[in-house]
Ligand binder design. Sequence first.
Ligand SMILES: CC(C)(COP(=O)(O)OP(=O)(O)OC[C@H]1O[C@@H](n2cnc3c(N)ncnc32)[C@H](O)[C@@H]1O)[C@@H](O)C(=O)NCCC(=O)NCCS
Ligand SMILES: Nc1ncnc2c1ncn2[C@@H]1O[C@H](COP(=O)(O)OP(=O)(O)OP(=O)(O)O)[C@@H](O)[C@H]1O
Length: 214
Amino acid sequence: MTIRLGLTGSIGMGKSTVATMFRSLGVPLFDGDAEVHRLQAAGGAAVAPIEAAFPGTTGPGGVDRQLLGARVLGDAAALARLEAIVHPMVAAARTAFLDTAADAELIVFDIPLLYEKSGPVGLDAVAVVSAPADQQRTRVLARPGMTEEKFARILALQLPDAEKRARADFIIETGTTLADTEAQVAALVACLRAHGVGYCRACARSSLIPKPQG
Ligand SMILES: CC(C)(COP(=O)(O)OP(=O)(O)OC[C@H]1O[C@@H](n2cnc3c(N)ncnc32)[C@H](O)[C@@H]1O)[C@@H](O)C(=O)NCCC(=O)NCCS
Ligand SMILES: Nc1ncnc2c1ncn2[C@@H]1O[C@H](COP(=O)(O)OP(=O)(O)OP(=O)(O)O)[C@@H](O)[C@H]1O
């Protein structure tokens, strides 16, 4: 039976980087954020409804995410309107992905807002990527177009890292080196492939995988 592992974490914690690590181990992965980018790119299905709801935020290249972000981050009603357009489309793409990976022993769903918004999606376990807050901050503020204000607004929309860590089945620490994180991902994948989720929780307890969850 296919094991469905959710992958989540707060802004800048390393979801995309860790997703690439899963992929390089041959694990089929649904990337929620990449799907949003596709939907908002030129010709994407979300462009016209976003233009209708937020006039002036799209152009020949699709959605201007800086402009749209300035319009919705910090305005709960506007963000809810955007989510009502985008999230059902992402959910449909996720369902379609399941058909393409029906035979895999392990599949990963990279869902940035797994705890905040996604509702029940039939996952067997969840891995949270996490790093100390000062490293998260340094990484995020180094991004082009990022400001203290935008970072604070996004953080306020997300479940705190401590709560994500508490709810996770597995924690992938990204405050260390990339090589160390890669080793954690490899250990998790090997354990899941060999034993399934139940035994893997045992691995987590025995520190084979760094998730101290009872
Ligand atoms: C608001 C938008 C235009 C800002 O784009 P921008 O390129 O500036 O930022 P980016 O997408 O890289 O997001 C930065 C951080 O904000 C988080 N974030 C994005 N949308 C949301 C949201 N609705 N609620 C909480 N956090 C969010 C992301 O997970 C990430 O950690 C864009 O994030 C968007 O279209 N969001 C709505 C779709 C969505 O919910 N995407 C995230 C989950 S799939
Ligand atoms: N050990 C590590 N594991 C993962 N990422 C690391 C590590 N060390 C440094 N980094 C860096 O941290 C950054 C994490 O960014 P990444 O885009 O993966 O985060 P994200 O969680 O997907 O962000 P967002 O929520 O904004 O989409 C990358 O620049 C990556 O190279």
